[in-house]
Design a protein around this ligand. Structure first.
Ligand SMILES: [Zn+2]
Ligand SMILES: [Zn+2]
Length: 258
């Protein structure tokens, strides 16, 4: 059985939990320690239930709580060398926490879970995103990517569940209050996916096994849930209400592949 839930999603903090055959990991921990603990409890979990933290990249909304949690609860951290170096440079690595270096080229296991990191274009040092599996079902998580690549498309094809960034609506971003340099960074090739890019990416995938699609990492200023859901629903050929929504305050509740 594979199941997953989100503790939080958005520019103020991202944290997802995935469970495969009884092995549970966090994917990113961009929340402070007590907040992470409190939100885990909301999902019926204790910190000691976790076998690892998979880190996508060093940006604060994904990594600010990683090492505090890892040190407090003796949970190993899986990250690329580039992400580790970047977090060290920011003084965010806590001595004594166990780290495991991973690459965007090799699958590894965390107890009963198979993990495939894959490389993505984003303005971080060595960012990856993850596909996790129990050997039967596969869940993909894709946020913080400037533009889809063929490699990303091939990696995400044939998934059973996908958590997909819908960061902004292009018109809301350009018409909004952000400074020009920030708009250009977000919309640039190493920034984030807008609703339209995510719709096109999802539409290009093999979706024949897809049971869950959740839009994630929505900007609170530059997007709206109805726009993101409508975009992914067009790609799936489904009702917008079928598309899940990951929110900043609540993430989303457990979803299962059985
Ligand atoms: Zn982010
Ligand atoms: Zn980022």
């Amino acid at each position: 059985m594979l199941r997953f839930a989100s503790l939080a999603s958005g520019s103020k903090g991202n944290c997802l939990v995935a469970e495969a055959d009884g092995t549970r990991v966090l994917i990113d921990c961009g929340l402070h320690l007590r907040d992470t603990e409190r939100r885990l409890a909301r999902l019926g979990l204790e910190p000691s239930d976790l076998a690892g933290i998979l880190v996508t990249h060093e940006h604060g909304d994904h990594a600010c709580g990683v090492f505090d949690f890892a040190a407090a609860h003796r949970v190993p951290v899986y990250l690329t060398y580039g992400t580790l170096v970047a977090l060290e440079a920011e003084g965010r690595v806590v001595l004594g926490a166990k780290t495991v270096i991973v690459t965007g080229r090799e699958c590894f296991r965390v107890d009963g879970m198979e993990v495939w990191p894959f490389t993505v274009p984003h303005d971080a040092r060595e960012p990856v995103q993850f596909v996790v599996s129990d050997g039967n079902w596969r869940l993909g998580v894709l946020t913080d990517i400037g533009a889809p690549t063929l490699h990303v498309e091939q990696t995400l094809s044939g998934l059973d569940a996908l958590v997909l960034e819908c960061n902004y609506d292009l018109d809301l971003l350009w018409g909004g209050a952000y400074p020009k340099w920030l708009k250009e960074r977000i919309a640039g090739p190493f920034g984030h996916l807008d609703n339209r890019q995510s719709e096109l990416l999802l539409g290009a995938l093999d979706r024949s096994r897809m049971q869950h699609v959740i839009c994630a990492h929505l900007s609170q200023q530059n997007n709206r849930p109805d726009l993101a859901r409508a975009a992914l629903a067009r790609a799936m050929g489904c009702e917008p209400g079928w598309i899940g929504l990951a929110t900043q305050d609540d993430g989303f509740a457990w979803r299962s592949l059985l």
